[in-house]
Design a protein around this ligand. Sequence first.
Ligand code: AMP
Length: 420
Amino acid sequence: MPFTSLGFSPTALPFLSRAIAELGYLAPTAIQAAAIPGILQGRDVVASAQTGSGKTAAFALPMLQQLVGAPLTKTRTVRGLVLVPTRELAAQVGESIVALGKYLPQHPKVAVVFGGVSINPQMMGLRTGADIVVATPGRLIDLLDHNAVKISDVQTLVLDEADRMLDLGFGEELNRILELLPVKRQSLFFSATFAPAIEALANSMLHDPLRVEIKAEPEGEPDITQRAIAVDAPGRTQLLRHLIQAEKWTRVLVFVATKHAAEIVADKLRKADINAEPFHGELSQGKRTQVLMDFKAKAVQVVVATDVAARGIDIKELPVVVNYDLPRSAVDYTHRIGRTGRAGQSGIAISFVSAASASHFKLIEKRHAIKLVLEEVAGFEPVEVAPVNAADPQGAGGIKGKRPSKKDKLRAANFEKPLS
Ligand code: AMP
């Protein structure tokens, strides 16, 4: 089905098609084909889809159509509000909307607002209004408290990664924002998972929604080869260096458990002449943005990250993800390896398994119903044996259920807290 059959208005279609063609989208993805016609008819939508499914364009294109021919007021009214859980996702969604709206006759004004940076420029930026605001809930509340933005005329509300938003403890903020929105509006709800709390939130804010569930089709399923390599914990950096060189990895995202480890591993790689950067919640927002930009532009070869980078970030053609430290939960494992194999590309996800973390890895395998061959690399064969108490590998706290622990919530809250 081509983009032209999705029900766009004849007035808006040429402007949108030009941007779609420029971005190289040949045909709608499954979620776009399923959701866009309903959204264009004004229906509420509740959608579940895999990461990398193209959901941003699914909600952005209809929102942009609304702006075509809309009266140009001096202080633009916020017509579209997109709520996202993290700063990185906010920036990424904002960029996509701008790219898709590039050829609209009246350039859409897209304001991207998130915490961790000074609020003043954002307030200044909003002075002349905005057509679409992309925001993290906490910063939007701050801006509402400062009367810097008015959301009473919003026609379309998007909740992106709603599950993550609740995980991060944004429930209260969401409720406050929902109260300030007009009752008569279109709501689009995207979530990777549908736990009871997510269902309840969807039910409370959606009116007769169109349900879109994109099951992984064979061709749509991410093509990720999962591997596990047995290695002694102290030999992991050497092994990483060896693999980068031997397997000729052009770009690799390496996950570690702590900020400290991110710094140390990146530093060691740099000393071995590998262009590596750490990426974690304690870096300034400016530095984080820079690292991501350089990584996307292929100016950095290795990014060593904490789980901050595991969700929502879309790095085109990322061939390899390495779990240097295993993730704490099976859910985090999915998000980490999902950074590769996006948008139809194939990818490799490698987990380093030491004697101490072997039992933890078994649990991850069990949760995912997979069983990987534990490879050994010549020169790095492990000699360590599992410690008697292997219940808490790498101090990682053991595998967790789906519910975030208090510690998780705190860590998440810290991550969202302004850095200044
Ligand atoms: P998203 O799930 O919105 O993060 O999108 C994942 C990736 O798919 C992004 O790099 C998009 O630019 C890309 N994408 C979105 N729609 C299409 C399409 N119809 N054809 C090809 N790529 C697309």
